[in-house]
Write a protein that binds this ligand. Structure first.
Ligand code: IDP
Ligand code: MG
Length: 151
């Protein structure tokens, strides 16, 4: 089963959109297997966004993501990475489709509400930055059995 890291970014926390964002991902059929609230420090932000080091927006991104507490969660499900990216919408909210989180609630690329890993490989790396293996829980849901029968 695939896992992905989600961050409810500072703008979403400030705007009271954490519940809506988590709810949309849950309603998609994804299972929360780890969740916590924290404020990222500069070192963690630089590691999480290491791929963007050197880009014009990097310093602003680090400053922004460390500016307020966030919620970080691991979601699990079939094709979780792709499903979350699709539910989030395009990076630039101005280009994101209506019905996506960014398309419905955002306007500005620097404040696009949510992070989701972009590949299974990066998901595993990102998850390990925020969670120890013991913090990621494994549990069954009755619905899992029902859905299995439908395949
Ligand atoms: P993603 O969050 O959709 O995966 P990335 O390209 O990985 O998008 O960029 C990471 C974050 O950096 C974006 O979510 C956005 O907040 C910010 N960002 C990306 N491109 C720009 C830009 O051109 N200007 C300002 N911020 C940007
Ligand atoms: Mg990305």
């Amino acid at each position: 089963m695939e896992r992905s890291l989600v961050l409810v970014k500072p703008d979403a926390m400030q705007r009271g959109l954490a519940g809506v964002i988590i709810s949309r991902l849950e309603r998609r059929g994804l299972k929360i297997v780890a969740i916590k609230m924290l404020q990222m420090d500069k070192a963690l932000a630089q590691r999480h966004y290491a791929i963007h080091q050197g880009k014009a927006f990097f310093n602003d991104l680090v400053e922004f993501i460390t500016s307020s507490p966030i919620i970080t969660a691991v979601f699990e499900g079939e094709k979780a990475v792709e499903a979350i990216r699709q539910t989030m919408g395009e990076t630039d909210p101005a280009k994101a489709s209506p019905g996506t989180i960014r398309g419905d609630f955002g306007l500005d690329i620097g404040h696009n509400l949510v992070h989701g890993s972009d590949s299974t490989e990066n998901a595993e790396k990102e998850i390990s930055l925020f969670f120890s293996p013991e913090e990621i829980l494994s549990y069954a849901k009755e619905i899992d059995n029902c859905m299995k029968d439908l395949k």
